[in-house]
Design a protein around this ligand. Structure first.
Ligand code: ZN
Length: 261
């Protein structure tokens, strides 16, 4: 691809402004730290967007120029406008990649696209997390050895109420003994989705080199392929059928009519 991959990093940016611990670890906001990690790859063009901006920074124009969107949210999922969720969902179905991070498991957009509760078990004890690579050949796992560790993280444990992933790339073990599918992929419409677990706001997780590497790999993996699949639901008239047919029986629709929405 000659054109550079355009990544938009979306951040809720609420804890970052209100909580002193979070502000110390992420003085420019978590979204800027995630963006900084992505910018280590010069082939990516990275911008950020936050909840408090008009249309949450995700205008039609911004999404139109976004190949891959990353999403971090936690305490303000309910404040995300449903119209913006509709818009992001439509772009994913067209082919935009989506990387959902950590507490984004409970975001409106993740639940909408996956169709399940996406609940899990959790504990905030600053314990060690070990992320095992399940498929060393997967593009998202490139550059990671058999596993890597994060010294202090929040625990997320099974059951994780997601539809069965197309692939589990990472499986986490926590010092407290729990296990969790911490890196998982799905396809929805023409878009690729990757969920990546690490990133609790009171730990410096997005400064860690392995975490940044995985997110960069995921951005390249989630890049759109082919062309956009625009939802039009077209009527195919009898004369354009692949085989010659004669229309029979009563019809409800007129030729050329658009589908109901
Ligand atoms: Zn958390």
């Amino acid at each position: 691809m000659t054109q550079k991959l355009r990544v938009t990093v979306w951040g809720e940016n609420v804890h970052d402004k209100k909580n002193e611990t979070v502000a110390q670890i992420y003085p420019k906001g978590m979204h800027e730290c995630i963006a900084e990690g992505l910018r280590e790859d010069a082939s990516l063009v990275v911008r950020t967007a936050t909840l408090d901006q008009p249309e949450h920074g995700l205008t039609e124009a911004v999404l139109d120029q976004t190949d891959v969107l990353t999403w971090w949210g936690h305490c303000a999922h309910g404040k995300v406008d449903d119209a913006i969720v509709d818009r992001v969902q439509a772009r994913v179905l067209q082919g935009m990649g989506l990387i959902v991070l950590h507490s984004g498991h409970y975001s409106k957009i993740f639940k909408r696209l996956l169709g399940t509760t996406c609940s899990l078990t959790w504990r905030e004890a600053g314990e060690k997390e070990r992320l095992w690579v399940c498929n060393p050949g997967h593009p998202i796992a490139q550059g990671i050895d058999r596993y890597f560790e994060i010294p202090n993280e929040e625990m997320y444990g099974e059951p994780f109420a997601i539809p069965n992933p197309d692939e589990v790339v990472f499986l986490s073990w926590f010092a407290g003994g729990e296990a969790f599918r911490s890196g998982a992929t799905w396809k929805r419409g023409n878009g690729k989705i990757f969920y990546f677990r690490p990133g609790h706001e009171t730990y410096p997780t997005y400064h860690q080199k392995e975490v940044r590497l995985v997110i960069r790999n995921a951005a390249r993996w989630a890049a759109p392929e082919g062309s956009r699949w625009i939802d039009t639901c077209p009527n195919v008239p009898v004369e354009k059928a692949a085989e010659k047919i004669v229309a029979q029986g009563p019809t409800l629709h007129k030729a050329g009519e658009a589908g109901y929405r």
